[in-house]
Design a protein around this ligand. Sequence first.
Ligand SMILES: [Ca+2]
Length: 213
Amino acid sequence: MKKVLFVLVLAAAFAFAIESCPVEDPLPGTSGTDAVLQYDDGTAAWIWSGLLHIGPWFDVTDFDAAAVGFDCNYTEWWFYHHATYPWDTDLISGELWTGDAVTWPVTNLTADTFTALHYAPAYVLYSPAVSTGTDFWMIANTTIHSTLGRPSALYDGTTNFTGVPHTFYSQDWVLWNTVNSGGIDIDVFFRVEGLISTALERSSWAAIKGLFR
Ligand SMILES: [Ca+2]
């Protein structure tokens, strides 16, 4: 009986643990094409486990100062199965939400269950594309399929090119924290691909519509 109790207590403690460890076999740089937006630097450095909602807040004007909108064709998600943090599932909910780092995620745009892969990209394709606006969240929600905050996502080991943190996590959907390894706010390997619309494109289109009206 004592042994059973001990196992139960251990399991309960484990379920709420947030843990992280370095990647043992870092990939070389894998920066994306022009159409792929990413805050991570392409060099895998950390694995974090036990996070319930994780994701980057995308501000498309970080990538094109003239951006006025974004139509997302697909999202790209990287996970890592580390022996120290075995997965209880490889299923996860990949979600897009409106919002920024002031409002946090506000309105759900899409949610799709997909299968996470070990140290390889998993893709969620959108047809039609999802119009996100210039500020939006890409969130991995582990609460639907896991009781351990898994699968564990992959992170780099650096701040990003914007100078402000873009990857945050929340355990209660209210308080959001940066993912901080060794005093550095790092970036999750979650990326989006899509079409950036710019003010110029919109005004050109208006002019064309005017011409042929
Ligand atoms: Ca980084």
